[in-house]
Design a protein around this ligand. Structure first.
Ligand code: L34
Length: 286
């Protein structure tokens, strides 16, 4: 029976570290980090995530600025807001919650956010830095997954790591972070043949597919560490990951729940990135 990785606890530990450092820096410099979160439209899931981000800012002692824009906001209007936030000295981190409504090109928005304030690490400059291992911040979800794996004491070096999903936001950077830690990494996706054969080799399996209960027990190696990035809402309103938890917990050594696994870590790592951005923008090196 698998041990459950408590994402709430691990995220609380990360946030507590951020809180303490933030307080110490405030004592010394009289300034605190500021995070601007922009939400466009009325997606209820995005609303929940943005509220959780605001709450986390309070917990760690950051200033947070929320911009809730209507569903019919134009790309030009959003770009204008991003430019204003780029120039605002009180804003150290800018996050435009995705997805944005269809009249807005998310790439254009991401490109417009100044790379130093891009606490999601979605800007091409930051993505490129991750590829060469010289980064200021890591994308929040993959970075959170690394913390969760590390919380189990599992050695990554030399292990077979399989990532299911190849998105720019999770799958691709996830694979890169595991590679930086010397995992032997395979990325699987919708065109992968014999998927179960590949996933059954994984010592560390990360599911980022976006399909409820996609990973079944027979796809998991005995003793594997299973990380579920999925955040699927069932018809009954219940949240459900990409992994069939009841089956997987019979095989895995460690497994993350949904909710209470990767989601809270995404937010904790956002706090960490915002603190990093604040320090860099204020030339604080301690
Ligand atoms: N720009 N857009 C941008 N940055 C991000 O990092 C995100 N992401 C993803 C969606 N769009 C984004 C998030 O914030 C996913 N995501 C996210 C953040 C937090 C949670 C889930 C996804 C979260 O708090 N999850 C809780 C349950 C929340 C609920 O009840 O619905 C959990 O325990 O998993």
């Amino acid at each position: 029976m698998a041990k459950i990785i408590d994402g709430k606890q691990v995220s609380a530990n990360v946030k507590e570290q951020v809180r303490q450092e933030t307080e110490a820096l405030f004592q010394k410099y009289g300034k605190k980090p500021g995070l601007a979160v922009v939400i466009v439209g009325n997606d209820p899931a995005s609303r929940v995530y943005v509220n959780n981000k605001k709450k986390a800012c309070e917990t760690v002692g950051f200033q947070s600025f929320e911009y809730a824009l209507p569903e019919d906001t134009s790309q030009e209007e959003l770009l204008e807001l991003v430019e204003t936030l780029n120039a605002d000295k009180n804003v150290n981190g800018i996050l435009v919650q995705l997805p944005v409504p269809k009249q807005i090109d998310d790439k254009a928005i991401i490109n417009a956010i100044s790379a130093e304030k891009d606490v999601d690490a979605f800007h091409p400059e930051n993505v490129g830095r991750i590829m060469i291992g010289e980064y200021a911040f890591l994308p929040c979800t993959p970075a959170g997954v690394m913390e969760l794996i590390d919380s189990t004491g599992t050695e990554i070096s030399g292990k077979r790591c399989v990532v299911i999903g190849r998105s720019n936001i999770v799958g691709k950077p996830m694979a890169m972070l595991l590679l930086h830690r010397s995992g032997t990494v395979t990325i699987c996706h919708s065109r992968t043949q014999n998927l179960a054969e590949i996933t059954r080799e994984a010592d560390i399996l990360v599911a980022a597919v976006g399909k409820a209960n996609f990973v079944t027990g027979d796809m998991i190696k005995e003793g594997a560490v299973v990380i579920d990035v999925g955040m699927n809402r069932l018809e009954n309103g219940k949240l459900c990951g990409d992994v069939n938890f009841a089956e997987a917990e019979q095989k895995a050594s460690y497994i993350t729940p949904v909710p209470g696994g990767v989601g809270p870590m995404t937010i904790a790592m956002l706090m960490k990135n915002t603190l990093t951005a604040f320090k860099a923008q204020n030339q604080i090196t301690d």
